[in-house]
Design a protein around this ligand. Structure first.
Ligand code: SAM
Ligand code: SF4
Length: 475
């Protein structure tokens, strides 16, 4: 199919690269942070307006400990005020780790001859999904290496297989994808299989650094990668997820790169990314990483808080790459989704023995290997409301984070009730008795604190239906 790129704004053209390193460095080097400016910028964000790159640079350049506290407090307040206490849960599922690329930080790179290569057969995929359903998962992200065997048709067929698996009361209601970039026709094929979000991380927005870390294969083309989610949008996928792999280059540059990417989407497609991910580099089999840009815990928390304030209506994903303590801390600053019960070794969800982590079988090392039940238990202790909600996507309400943020009463009408109903299902079907007891108390507490104008009677009626065996009730 022929496509004629259009100009979206003076700076942005569809499917054309948009990162100007001089623009980013100029902002980092020449933007001053003052108490007054930081205060104004936080107020702007709390007033539900997203920040410009210059305003984000002010926050990035803030080094005064008192002002950094103010930024963190602003992010905490924004999360509380706008999104409330919900945390959405998902699990990654590795479908195939064959890879023709040579990303030097990744255990699956082609030059790692010790990597155990595997692609799940249909039967193995079904077994993995059944095991995930038995744990209570409802949302998955399927992950693939980049390889001719994992083309659009193949990805679409695995998505269809995942949706077809139903075990007991279990089913997967939203399948997201983290896979190689496709062309527009390829993205269309995958879209038609019914995916939620297509995630592709730029890894680093700094072109020179990108070249040094991507030593072969299709992924070594920086511009093709940078414009990949434009092609997804051209194909009609409007839920796209961006991300940077923190630790490859200066974190300040990457944060502004993510904001520039967001601006580009808004200029060209009138919608920002659905989610932002900020994975921090982890140990991988014989990985080669320049230690200069490692991000400390303190910097990591700061950058998450800055991102929250900069793009207040974008979902933010924190994964089990981080340990339980860091996750607990970082979650306060605006994270909306985490994975739970994560296993990266292929085929391991359905394996009966719990093997030690083996780096030659995994892409990288994870640091939070707790079960989904353990994670939910801790979320409940910390007064979060765990959610498996997939309602917006299934009701065709795309741009859900934007609606949560901008439509008055949206969270009260839809998100909180759906979080409660999906948690109720989990408690009935999968939770340990102790977690179930805690969970029902948290549900009661949330109902008691709900706005009296909300249809609490209808929510209670549906909870009763769930207790009597009905499933998949949502607003
Ligand atoms: N192969 C596809 C790709 O590269 O886009 C998709 C999946 S890749 C398996 C998912 C993501 O894992 C990568 O985009 C990268 O950000 C991240 N990753 C790779 N190596 C990592 C490491 N050592 N530590 C943390 N994250 C890593
Ligand atoms: Fe392959 Fe992705 Fe790993 Fe790069 S990050 S080597 S593309 S699996």
């Amino acid at each position: 199919m022929k496509f004629y790129p259009e100009i979206c704004s003076i700076k942005d053209q569809r499917m054309k690269p948009f990162i100007d390193p001089d623009e980013i460095w100029n902002l980092i080097n020449n933007t001053k942070s003052t108490a007054e400016r930081v205060g104004e910028i936080i107020s702007k964000s709390l007033g539900k307006q997203r920040l410009t790159m210059e305003e984000t640079a002010v926050l990035i350049n803030t080094s005064d400990p008192g002002l950094i506290e103010m930024i963190k407090e602003g992010a905490r307040e924004l999360k509380k005020r706008v999104y409330g206490n919900r945390i959405v849960l998902f699990a990654p599922l590795y479908v195939g780790n064959k890879c023709t690329n040579n990303c030097t930080y990744c255990g699956f790179r082609t030059s790692n001859k010790f990597a155990v290569r595997q692609t799940l057969s249909d039967a193995q995929l079904v077994k993995e999904v059944e095991a995930l359903e038995d744990n209570g998962q409802k949302r998955l992200i399927l992950v693939y290496g980049e390889h001719p065997a994992y083309d659009a048709e193949y990805i679409a067929s695995t998505v269809r297989t995942v949706y077809s698996v139903k075990k007991g009361n279990g089913e997967i209601r939203r399948v997201n994808i983290n896979a190689a970039p496709l062309d527009i026709d390829g993205f269309r094929i995958v879209k038609d299989s019914g995916i939620g979000t297509y995630q592709i991380f730029q890894e680093t927005y700094h072109k020179e650094t990108y070249k040094n870390y991507h030593l072969g294969g299709k992924k070594s083309d920086y511009d093709y990668r940078l414009t990949s989610l434009d092609r997804a949008q051209e194909a009609g996928i409007d839920d796209v997820g961006i991300g940077a792999l923190f630790g490859l280059y200066d974190w300040r540059f990457e944060v502004l790169g993510l904001i520039r990417h967001t601006n580009h989407f808004e200029a060209c497609y009138k919608v920002g990314p659905h989610t932002i991910s900020f994975p921090r580099i982890q140990d991988a089999a014989s990985a080669s990483i320049d230690p200069r840009y490692m991000v400390s815990h303190e910097e990591f928390i700061r950058l998450v808080a800055i991102l929250r304030l900069a793009v207040p209506y974008t979902g933010m994903i924190l994964t089990a790459r981080e340990n339980a303590m860091v996750r607990k801390e970082v979650m306060k600053f605006g994270v909306s989704q985490i994975d739970g019960g994560t296993k990266l070794e292929m085929g391991s969800y359905s394996a009966s023995i719990n093997e030690e982590q083996d780096l030659n079988k995994e892409q990288f090392k994870i640091n939070d290997s707790r079960s989904l039940n353990e994670i939910i238990d801790e979320l409940l202790d910390d007064e979060y409301l765990p959610s498996f909600c997939t309602a917006c996507y299934r009701k065709g309400r795309t741009g859900e984070h934007f609606m949560e943020f901008s439509v008055p009463g949206f969270i009260k009408r839809f998100c909180t009730p759906n979080a409660i109903l999906t948690l109720a299902e989990y408690l009935e079907d999968y939770a340990s008795p102790a977690t179930a007891e805690k969970g029902w108390k948290v549900i009661e507490k949330n109902l008691a604190e709900s706005d009296p104008r909300q249809n609490i009677r209808e929510i209670r009626r549906r909870i009763q239906c769930i207790r009597e065996g009905q499933r998949d009730l949502y607003f």
